[in-house]
Write a protein that binds this ligand. Structure first.
Ligand SMILES: Cc1cc2nc3c(=O)[nH]c(=O)nc-3n(C[C@H](O)[C@H](O)[C@H](O)COP(=O)(O)O)c2cc1C
Length: 319
């Protein structure tokens, strides 16, 4: 069991936040596969405190979308406080602070992984969140900013500040996504902390999830890119870690039926045109490796109607 303070979870697998992806339809389609905790994408505390329209859309959810974590991005306690005030109108189960985003436009602004260079500020933000919410507060971090890899020190600081768990991506900010995940450094953090550690980085298959558990001893893993076009990864991971069994990939009818369901959720959530446009990238992920996919992908940029997307799904041929 994974315990984030008062929040008890029986699944040690989490849906990791992804900007531009982790909206309600995406969380809902993945939830069919059996894990419990899913996250919103990072939400700017400043934008939230100004009730920015696009930001408010990121918070849309429903009772079948729980347990839900909201991830905040920020560098200023004033905006964190205002954001927490706005969040009182929403139902969610845990809050996370983003100290992991490596993008220049975020870090140049002092947010995301840039906080790893300023643990004092990071801990002050965490303390502010912990003091002003009744929900468990976690920290999502990388191994450090650069090769100094001060993850243990930063994670211990967060634990002392009262964080309920640490999410750790096994690369530094400077490594982006280029280097191999550093399992040993994650293991060091896990060994040192008393609070749960949730690891992410290249959980692209059940085998890699098991490797993460085996080599680091972490309490849970968070799946990000591995779920794109493959929500079944959650079933595969559970089956491997619980029963030591590999399950076969879904048949084409199951894949197409899930694609249609996902498309339907997007259309219901965003309206027909916007929903179909949002689904285009998922179509590409679902059909990776299909035979005739090149020809179909050239057509996808013109597709704006649900009937057109259904025709593309129908015409997709697996290997
Ligand atoms: C397109 C994309 C968007 C992401 N957005 C967020 C985000 O909003 N918040 C966050 O903490 N991490 C974000 N991440 C990082 C993932 O949650 C995860 O930590 C990282 O991708 C490593 O896991 P993976 O190798 O399994 O993808 C994002 C990753 C991708 C690929």
């Amino acid at each position: 069991m994974l315990k984030l303070a008062s929040l008890s979870l029986s699944s040690p697998v989490v849906l990791s936040p992804m900007a531009g992806i982790s909206s309600y339809p995406y969380r809902k389609i993945n939830r069919k596969m059996g894990f419990e905790l899913a996250y919103s994408e990072m939400i700017s505390a400043r934008a939230l405190s100004y009730l920015n329209k696009r930001t408010m859309e990121l918070l849309k959810s429903s009772d079948d979308d729980r347990p839900l974590g909201i991830q905040l991005l920020g560098k200023d306690n004033r905006y964190i406080l205002k954001a927490l005030e706005k969040l009182k109108e929403y139902k969610f189960d845990t809050l996370d602070l983003n100290a992991a985003c490596p993008q220049k436009k975020i870090t140049n602004n002092g947010k995301g992984a840039r906080l790893l260079k300023d643990p004092k500020k990071l801990n002050s933000l965490l303390r502010c969140m912990i003091k002003n919410t009744s929900k468990p507060v976690t920290l999502k971090m990388r191994l450090g900013w650069d090769s100094s890899k001060d993850a243990v020190r930063i994670a211990l600081g967060a634990q002392d500040a009262g964080a309920s768990a640490i999410y750790i991506h096994g690369r530094t900010r400077m490594q982006g996504y280029n280097r191999a995940v550093d399992y040993r450094s994650i293991a060091k953090v896990k060994k040192t902390l008393k609070i749960p550690v949730i690891a992410c980085g290249d959980i692209l298959s059940a085998r890699l999830a098991k490797k993460m558990f085996d080599e680091t001893g972490v309490d849970a893993v968070a799946v990000a890119r591995g779920a794109l076009g493959n929500p079944w990864i959650f079933k595969e991971i559970h089956e491997l870690i619980e029963n030591n069994r590999f399950i076969s990939r879904p048949g084409i009818n199951e894949v197409k039926s899930l694609m249609k369901e996902h498309l339907g959720l997007c259309v219901k959530f965003y309206g027909e045109k916007a929903g179909v446009v949002k689904f285009r990238k998922f179509y590409i992920w679902y059909t990776r490796g299909f035979i005739n996919v090149r020809a179909l992908r050239t057509k996808i940029a013109q597709v704006t109607k649900i009937s057109q997307m259904h025709s593309l799904i129908k015409a997709s041929v697996p290997i």
